[in-house]
Design a protein around this ligand. Sequence first.
Ligand SMILES: [Zn+2]
Ligand SMILES: [Zn+2]
Length: 244
Amino acid sequence: MLFNIRSIISSCIELLYPKRCVACEKVLLKIEKDLGFCRECSKKIRLVGQDTCMKCGSPIANPIDEYCNNCNRTTHHFQQNKAVFRYEGRMKESMYRFKYSNRRCYSKVYANQAAKLYGRWIRQKKIQAIIPVPMFRPKEKLRGYNQATVFAKELGKLTGIPVATDLILRNKETEAMKGLGRLKRKKNLLNAFTLTENELQFRKVLVVDDIYTTGTTMDSVAKVLKSGGTTQIYGLCICIGEAQ
Ligand SMILES: [Zn+2]
Ligand SMILES: [Zn+2]
């Protein structure tokens, strides 16, 4: 009985595939629908490409470099992070609407692209669970959803990997990170996350988030996961800026 009710509820909130371009909101032609971007935007929107930092996945100008400057001087708690799109131009607007204007359906387009680019990589890593970066609960209630969770669920459907949303809690409302330097971000996130269980059953996980900036969020989450016994933490973000 419970199962039936659950499946009815979940089918009611099932997201529809976007009818408009996720970058510019123009109504999509039939032929553009699979991609989720209109023709014009699909020419403009840039994926991260081949030349990326081996650690954080940000695009690097000089393909000879293995790591970006930020990763060269920082030790991260996660093994490796990947990102799909460059955080620039219309993609910035897309992310804004995804986060603040209830465009949850965009997650289908983002997840399709993520699975296309990194499906094999995810399989190779033998990921046992996908973990979205949690939001502070009161904030999530106010917004109605956590965009990282929405993305994680779409990616979970495509990869067949379970999504674990209740393993980590965000304890406080962290100040807006924009404009804060690396050290201030770190301080800001100190003790921001805790585990809901002492010992986690997953050894290899994929942490997903919307935007990767300096890696402090990914790092803080990875650190707390390690304290629960997870040994390999990979990251996947929808967008990432140029290497720093
Ligand atoms: Zn467009
Ligand atoms: Zn890097």
